[in-house]
Design a protein around this ligand. Sequence first.
Ligand code: ADP
Ligand code: ADP
Length: 220
Amino acid sequence: CAVIEVCELTKRYGGTTALDALTFTARPGEVTGFLGPNGAGKSTTMRIILGLDRPDAGTATVNGAAYRGLDRPTRQVGAVLDASAVAGGRRAVDHLRWQARAAGLPATRVDEVLADVGLSDVARRRVGGFSLGMKQRLGIAGALLGDPPVLLFDEPVNGLDPDGVRWIRDLLRGFAAQGRTVLLSSHLMSELERTADRVVIVVRGRVVADAPLAALGDGL
Ligand code: ADP
Ligand code: ADP
């Protein structure tokens, strides 16, 4: 009963093979860790799952169908790909209103998602003054606008302090406990070991290990 199914995904950029028959699944109620060094192909995989990039071969499906992209009105998948890149001029609440409009979603949930990530108090501050941790939370708020059952996070704790790491960990564990399917990438095992239920390890676009965290612990 996998929700995300990535099957034999292959992607080349010029002479670079980013993904080389990559295959794995992610199940509901779990945080699936997606571990690999920089350049291993994690972001490329997420972009393909989201329909933002096309594979040369293979398929990526969410609940049995190719996902049609973030720009459509849909509530199935939420993602935070690079929260640090958020444009700084606007207030947090306006950023989320813009994002809701761009995704064809009603803006009625903006206050709710700000509260979900603990940003209600700074809703009217400009995003340019936000710390990296606050930007990550804002990114997560945006991903929650459509209340999606599937959530993708690309290196969400990269550069955060221990409090920020713990905060995101608890939030992601909570999403899994709600029955959501969570895919969490990192280049550090230490960032996954208390958050992920399973870890898929990718090196040069290929899966080299796929196991429950407890099983991997002995081998690493
Ligand atoms: P990761 O997220 O694991 O760090 P990426 O998916 O970003 O890895 O990158 C995988 C490989 O594909 C790398 O060699 C990277 O340089 C290359 N790559 C990714 N996106 C592009 C792109 N748009 N153009 C050219 N090469 C790319
Ligand atoms: P404004 O409200 O400032 O007149 P728009 O909301 O029409 O501008 O956005 C103009 C473009 O700027 C959009 O098409 C989008 O590409 C980019 N953009 C605007 N807001 C954001 C945002 N919050 N995050 C990322 N890109 C944005």
